[in-house]
Design a protein around this ligand. Sequence first.
Ligand SMILES: [Zn+2]
Length: 422
Amino acid sequence: MPENARAFPAVTEKIRIFKVIAVQLALARGAEEIDAYVPSLISCKEALAGAASGLVPESSLAGFGRAFESFARSLAGHDRGALNALAAGRLIPFANEIEKILEPGIFSPGRENDSRLLSGRFVCDGVCAACLNESAEAARREVLDKLSSNHYALETPPCVCGGESFTDIAYKDRYGLPVTTALCKNCGLLLTRPRMTEAAYSEFYEREYRRLYTWNVSSEPFYASQVCRGRKILDYVKDALPERARVLEIGCGAGGILEPFAESGCEALGVDIGGEYLEIGGSKGLDLRNMRSGSLLETDENSFDLIILSHAAEHFLDIPGEFGVVRRLLRDGGRVYVEVPGIKNICAYNFDYLRYFQNAHTYHFTLDTLRQTLSLCGFALERGDEAIVSVFSKSKAAGAPELANYYADNTDFIFTVEKYFY
Ligand SMILES: [Zn+2]
């Protein structure tokens, strides 16, 4: 047996990591930049061939070491911001291993995180799990380019509970975009972290979101589907509504959800930002306004009987801020209807978290974590299920609620689903 045989696993592992980095950089930065790494890659490839043959001469090992060092220097010489974005989105799965080899401190983002991937399916390999048409694929490419060039910057805020320690469970979303989904160790809330900044999300919603997510579905079917949902929501909340209730929907899109409310005699108002869909409901006589909910505080504080958040809260960047506004707009005794995708409703996604994770969602809830997160914002759960369809009212209890930790519960659930189905 060659004397250096014991070094095999370590060497092959280094080579594997090296290759992954190279591939990731190739994906991220295009062919031109990767050219600079070609000599290093060739050395690496030779070392790999040597390792595979079972005879690894010292010279190859040394060559690999030199190649790796030169690669590391090139990598470290890159713009720090761009490198961090790469590291945050794509290299974290390997950050711990890389840092054992490179000088420490190169990959700073997410270092406080544990990494326990749901399974090998969640490594960021750029592979898209969704079936996209041409327009959606073009939008996906644009997002990838903007993330790679750091045009879409990332941030790492603490959890809503204040927790700053997380376990990463996935490094890609259903579109193959580099999205890290992590569990807060302090409360068990599942969130996207790092995530894009507010400026990046604004541009994303304006330029790529609709193409990527809706396949440019035409407006009328979208409105009709909203009206259907509106009927279900009205049915769910009608017992709690007074006569001629004032109803506000935040993030109303085309406003279809409000139509059944308006028809039943409610005074309905919808707000959304940059909503090109607003004109559809507007043309049908609904009161829809292009504004943020906070702009209503001057005129409508403490005045709504019902505030609807249908598939809005999972997109929020500032949950306490957004729900703080909701609390002020809601009259005492009023209700908030909150509908979000549920982690435990994974059957709706063929039990596949790879279909569930997506870059537009900043938070992922179970009924427990939604109840607890909104309790931190001054709301009490009245009823709800894991779908998640729920109704909240202003909580009466004073002071900060006691925090439960759903980390173990959520870890068990998500990992069990992945284990049984994939
Ligand atoms: Zn937390």
